[in-house]
Design a protein around this ligand. Structure first.
Ligand SMILES: [Zn+2]
Ligand SMILES: [Zn+2]
Length: 125
């Protein structure tokens, strides 16, 4: 009986481990980080990392979410997100709790519909 239970628990553990590994490898790449001290943008490899600005060495916690226009292709920062305080804002706007920031944006160039950009580096190439 105990052996059967152990086998079940082992199965659950393997399943959870496999699921975690899959999420880590195929998830959205980490959003670009913007330094609050010098204002420059940089990339991190994983979301688990505590970002430190490579230019001025200041700790940074603000991520940028890029959107791209489906009509004209213009890519822009739709939101900035402070991962430390879970606050979000439209660039230049007021910080509000993340869940109060509506995740939809229209193109600032043509007013067209937009989509979230998973990896801005691919768009900029
Ligand atoms: Zn910096
Ligand atoms: Zn547009």
């Amino acid at each position: 009986m105990a052996a059967a239970l152990a086998v079940v628990l082992l199965g659950v553990a393997v399943f959870l481990f496999a699921r975690n590994a899959r999420q880590r490898s195929s998830g959205t790449p980490p959003a670009p980080v913007v330094c609050e001290s010098c204002g420059r943008e940089f990339y991190i490899k994983t979301n688990d990392e505590e970002p430190v600005c490579p230019y001025c060495k200041a700790p940074a916690s603000i991520r940028r979410l890029y959107f791209q226009c489906r009509q004209c292709g213009h890519a822009f920062v739709a939101y900035e997100w402070d991962t430390k305080n879970e606050m979000a804002r439209v660039p230049g706007g007021e910080w509000v709790p993340k869940d109060q920031c509506p995740l939809e944006a229209v193109c600032p160039e043509c007013g067209g519909p937009t989509k979230f950009v998973r990896d801005i580096r691919k768009v900029r190439q």
